[in-house]
Design a protein around this ligand. Sequence first.
Ligand code: HMG
Ligand code: MG
Length: 302
Amino acid sequence: MSMLPQQVKLVEVGPRDGLQNEKQEVPADVKIELVNRLADAGFVNVEAASFVSPKWVPQMATSAAVMAGIRRRPGTLYSALTPNMQGFEAAMAAGADEVVIFGSASEAFSQKNINCSIAESIARFEPVAAAAKARGVRLRGSISCSFGCPYQGAVPLSAVADVVARMAALGCDEIDIADTIGVATARQTQAVMETAAHAFHLERIAGHFHDTYGQALANIYASLEVGVRIFHSSVAGLGGCPYAKGATGNVASEDVLYLLHGLGIATGVDLDAVVDAGQFIAAHLGRKAASRAGNAIAAKRA
Ligand code: HMG
Ligand code: MG
């Protein structure tokens, strides 16, 4: 049994992956408060915006206002999704610290999500990657459907390996292996992570798990066992994907923090402050947070 790491980096994706999927419109000032609370809680990386077509994802149309309104905490990276040069220019105008190109290991999902093939997406990402490098901005690559696809079902390991290699060739600083529809199980997770690590630096691979089938914490633990040290999570378990029907939110940040801190792994994040942020956004949305640990801690306090 391998040793678990002493420290893990968490990327809080709730303001983007979470709120992009909300039926109700969330005003920019609420998003701004949420981002500020999460940065203050200690997340060194907050995914705050998405510069995509407002026709495709209307919930993210306020991204420029959000980026303009947040308080920039020194040392925190504020990331934004950028599917093409138009998105990149908008992200630069908004002062994003990191841009995220997002592709897929599944052809069918690539078409549904970004309206092009995998090969075409890589061609679109090339100028974005070059521009990011030229401006000294961090570049992250996200790979959807690395464990299964809502349209084509199984996704072979070779398809994941291929897209990881292409993202690596584009110069990505970090690559996210995403379980868009939350179907992965623990041993499969290890096989996919080990495959990805043949094509990219293990210490710069991130696990992005949606919790649709309730396996995300197990998959994070399984990933830790094979050396993954970066994970994405979403406060209050917000989220889903507008182009993956039935996909629920990302694994809840509060639950991940409870797991990691219980293992003695340092995150630099204050769980109590994240619980507060989770209760804040859940109250705004008018429903209970989808975080077991968050709700338990909130109930114990009351
Ligand atoms: P397209 O229609 O093929 O693009 O969409 P186009 O270049 O032909 O342009 C069509 C129109 O879109 C034009 O406007 C462009 O100006 C506009 P019109 O002339 O018709 O008025 N447009 C843009 N507007 C604003 N910002 C832009 C932009 N680009 C074009 N950047 C496109 C292609 C990629 C733009 C579209 O398919 C799109 O926006 N898709 C976004 C899908 C998305 O955001 N999905 C959710 C995020 S990914 C995710 O959640 C997965 C992840 O969490 C990992 C995981 O869990 O799997 C990351
Ligand atoms: Mg996602």
